[in-house]
Design a protein around this ligand. Structure first.
Ligand code: HEM
Length: 492
């Protein structure tokens, strides 16, 4: 290999030795979040690996990642042009496409505003304070009814399979103004994925970095392409219906508001840029896609921890009983009064680290970090799992212990601790659904745990080994059970 010129005063990136042609693919193995964490202990927070012959920068350590994504935000805000990303959202995805210029910026702002309007706006119903709350209340009630029904019929169930429909319905409500029944086959086949999306879209998928592999199309890649096609078709059909029933004086959901934006030919005041219609309306593709898989995975891990640590479940329920009681539902405004539940959610995020890497970034110009020279257009992996399990940041990182986030009295979240959890990225590419996601998880859990006690059938265990992917899931488990906590009580 050739020796690149390094500008005076900067160091060359440290790099583990690899093999010709395949680079470090073998060392990456099946769990890149673990192998790259180990490698970072030897080579440092800033290191370079090779996948095939393609160099990739791997960042670890909270301070180093903050320096890159927040303090040098412009330099590290790009997305690499990976071949698998071209199949997502017809290659026009806000999240995955390689655009990070004016057009991306204007679309991101539009998506953020639309999300805000259809989640925190006041609800027309008296029983909830905002639209998001209204959606989650309704879906949590349906979910409870469905789980109790499954218990009656089958004595146990696969919690993921029902949670995913409830969560998908919340984002469907916000984006499309509609919901689906728990046995709707069209929605089920689209959302009850066994990580077919996350396998291919994960950081370090060799097919994205070793060009010759594209000539040997794999089964996961075929499933991935097919899934993206079905996903686009599903959204396209709903968008078409919205165009035919569109009424300017009655904007029903995010899709309507994006159509309105096109028709008004609004010009983004900050970017001063006119977006093509397609790039506006297909933002719902990004919101719908990002909105169900992440939140479902979070809830599903929460349920796994609850049945694995029944004492922790009891503590959450005691807190709910003392703060809310049985007479009313938990609301978003109760969040600060339920610090133990909040600590449990944070610990679920940290311990599972179910988004082990952010979506890959790339550098937008020649730059440097911690004294190392970093060239333009270098693909960057951000190891969130490493931060959440860093022994210099956390006491006993492998233990599941919500109390680590509470003050000594257990009355408040310790913000110094909670700010160290890294799951939504940082800086200019930071997740735009972080608040909505956290609110949904809080409301679903509070509602479910107020009314139900979760367990696993006698003699069964959940396999809690994470399966690597863009989002990591636990193995399928069909042995969940619930019991009503107050069998004779019903709300409203
Ligand atoms: C991006 C995590 C929920 C919309 C991201 C990224 C992460 C993430 C790690 C990539 C950040 C980066 O590349 O540096 C999560 C987690 C969630 C969640 C853990 C739930 C617990 C949501 C929800 C929505 C959403 C509910 C929308 C309804 C997006 C979008 C992007 C994104 C549009 C792309 C931003 C861009 O590329 O500019 N999310 N997310 N996310 N997320 Fe989320």
């Amino acid at each position: 290999s050739f020796q690149q010129q390094i500008p005076h005063g900067l160091k060359r990136l440290p790099e583990p030795r690899g093999y010709p042609l395949i680079g470090n693919v073998l060392e990456l193995g099946r769990n890149p979040h673990l192998s790259l964490t180990q490698m970072s202990q030897k080579y440092g927070d800033v290191m370079q690996i090779r996948i095939g012959t393609t160099p990739v920068l791997v960042l670890s350590g909270l301070n180093t990642i903050r320096q890159a994504l927040v303090k040098q935000a412009e330099d590290f805000m790009g997305r690499p042009d990976l071949c698998s990303f071209r199949y997502i959202g017809d290659g026009q995805s806000l999240t995955f496409s390689s655009d990070s210029g004016e057009v991306w910026r204007a679309r991101r702002k539009l998506a953020q505003n639309a999300l805000k309007t259809f989640s925190v706006s006041p609800s027309p119903t008296a029983s909830s304070t905002c639209l998001l709350e209204e959606h989650v209340f309704k879906e949590a009630d349906y979910l409870i009814t469905e789980l109790l029904q499954q218990m009656k019929e089958k004595k146990s169930f696969d919690a993921y399979r029902y949670t995913v429909i409830s969560v998908a319905n919340v984002i469907c409500g916000i984006c499309f103004g509609r919901r689906y029944s728990h046995d709707d086959q069209e929605l089920l086949s689209l959302v009850s994925l066994n990580n077919e999306f996350g396998d291919v879209a994960a950081s370090g998928n060799p097919a994205d970095f070793i060009p010759i592999l594209q000539y040997f199309p794999s089964r996961p890649m075929k499933i991935f392409k097919d899934l993206n096609k079905r996903f686009s078709a599903f959204v396209h059909k709903i968008v078409k219906e919205h165009y035919t029933t569109f009424d300017k004086s009655h904007i029903r959901d995010i899709t309507d508001s994006l159509i309105e934006h096109c028709q008004d030919k609004k010009i983004d005041v900050n970017a001063n840029i006119q977006l093509p219609e397609k790039k506006i309306v297909n933002l719902v593709n990004d919101l719908f896609g990002a909105g169900f898989d992440t939140v479902t995975t979070a809830l599903s891990w929460s349920l796994v921890y609850l049945v694995t640590y029944p004492d922790i479940q009891k503590k959450i329920q005691n807190e709910l009983d003392q703060t809310i009681g049985r007479e009313r539902r938990p609301k978003l405004s109760d969040r600060l009064m339920l610090p133990y539940l909040e600590a449990f959610i944070l610990e679920t995020f940290r311990h599972s680290s179910f988004v082990p890497f952010t979506i890959p970034h790339c550098t937008t110009k020649d730059t440097s970090l911690n004294g190392y020279y970093i060239p333009k257009n270098l693909c960057v992996f951000i190891n969130q799992w490493q931060v959440n399990h860093d022994e210099t940041l956390w006491k006993e990182p492998s233990a599941f212990n919500p109390e680590r986030f509470l003050n000594a009295e257990g009355t408040e979240i310790n913000r110094m601790e909670s700010d160290k959890v890294l799951l939504f990225g940082l800086g200019k590419r930071r997740c735009i659904g972080e608040s909505i996601g956290k609110w949904e998880i809080f409301l679903f859990l509070a509602t479910l745990l107020q009314q139900l006690e979760f367990s696993i059938c006698d003699g069964q265990k959940v396999d809690t080994t994470p399966q690597y992917g863009l989002t990591m899931k636990h193995k399928k488990c069909e042995h969940f059970q619930v019991k009503q906590r107050f069998p004779n009580k019903s709300f409203e």
